[in-house]
Design a binder for this molecule. Sequence first.
Ligand code: AMP
Length: 514
Amino acid sequence: MLFSELGLGPEVLRAIEDKGYTQPTPIQEQAIPWVLQGRDVLGCAQTGTGKTAGFTLPMIDILASGRARARMPRSLILEPTRELAAQVAESFETYGKHHKLSMALLIGGETFTEQVKKLDRGVDVLIATPGRLIDLFERGNIMLNDIKVFVIDEADRMLDMGFIPDIERIVSKLPKMRQTLFFSATMPPEIRRLADAFLMHPKEISVAPPASPSETVTQAMALVQEEDKRKALRHLLRTEDVKNAFIFCNRKRDVAILHKSLERHGFNAGALHGDMVQSKRTETLEAFKKGEITLLVCSDVAARGIDVQGLSHVFNFDVPVNAEDYVHRIGRTGRAGRTGRAFTLAGPYDGKQVAAIARLIQREIPLIAIDGLESAEFASEEDARRGRGRGGRGRGKEKAREEKPAREERPREERQAREERQPREERSREDRQPREERSRDDHRQPRESLAAAEARRSNEPRRDRDRDRGRRRRDDDDDDTPVIGFGDHMPAFMLRSARRPRPVESVEPSQQEG
Ligand code: AMP
């Protein structure tokens, strides 16, 4: 099929031609005609399938006629991460270059002033992460009652990251008469329920996820002792013909450590993880895309969906916790028919995860030896359990002791949500405070007494209380000092008023948490 058969206008077709696309991808072929007809669409598709163009191309045509009014955007696209939002904005610029549509990108970590100015001038396309959008809505900078097209992208990721309540709030502010496009890589029951609530008689379309990595990616795995991993990586970086590479770590703390180590050894490396300030994230990504940085050490959440043309290598410094993430990570290379190479460094305690990957991709990853390093063996299940008990997976003995075991056991989703959500919330809170108040806060005692904190909190709106709790959790996370007693985490049941006893069975899980 040709793009010209999908019903798109001549300007959009010209932009597609300029971009060099010859044929629509399956998701584009299926989605574009329905979107142009004004139908709601429920799309099951991952990044990498061309779904962004699947909704941006027809949206440009739909929005081509009409004008935006101040503070009243005509369309809204919600993305789970700032990088994905920025990428969608880039797509709008590319495909909309022969139109005069105005666009605003509302993402956390950037100043409100510029974003508000843009909204004041009126925007046709608003691309936002949920938290920042709510912040601006609450400040009265934005009205959502003129939204004609609403897109929720990566809905399952939004669920993982705890954004669903925010999204429900946003949807409650939208007009009932609108077109909704809803995309998710997977359709668990929660997502299906959400789609049922948000969509009207949607056209359901689905494209197969990449069940196996592209054949153009050569895969290999080195099984080494944990303490030899950096040496192994350096060896691979020196012997492979690396033009540019993503190096994935499972934890953001390790991203920073590995980044420093690589720089110390003379490699041209940058780092990307969810706790970095947005300006630095954007700057690093730009430098990497321009080739000024060759190696990008990153966490999954920061690198999700990032599209870098012609990436030569992917290195998994850690075996990913979820097998699907392996396919996702190595799929960053070998795109669009190009070849790519993907190396994974496994430690003795990674046997279970490696087996899960092999099951998913239905083949073993070929093992290679690293010159000068003795190959390791996978530990037995029993040893692996003991290793994990010490907090030892992937760390080496000394490092392992530094880690709090509880951390390993936290669900991945919670960690990711913290990575993306908290920096945004903390910063947006700072943004909201007047300058004098902020500097006063800076000099405040670092910790107030628990009783005082609770008394203050009980007078605060719930949202602020939640935010503080989030901040506290994150502070703990980055702190290596052992926790004594309850630490800062006073269990909720101890803080409940004794005058208003509640029957145990009526306490909802959410109430128990806070
Ligand atoms: P996405 O799934 O939207 O993140 O897109 C993944 C990659 O596919 C991006 O680099 C797009 O530029 C590229 N792409 C999208 N549509 C096409 C197409 N029809 N032909 C070739 N490449 C495409």
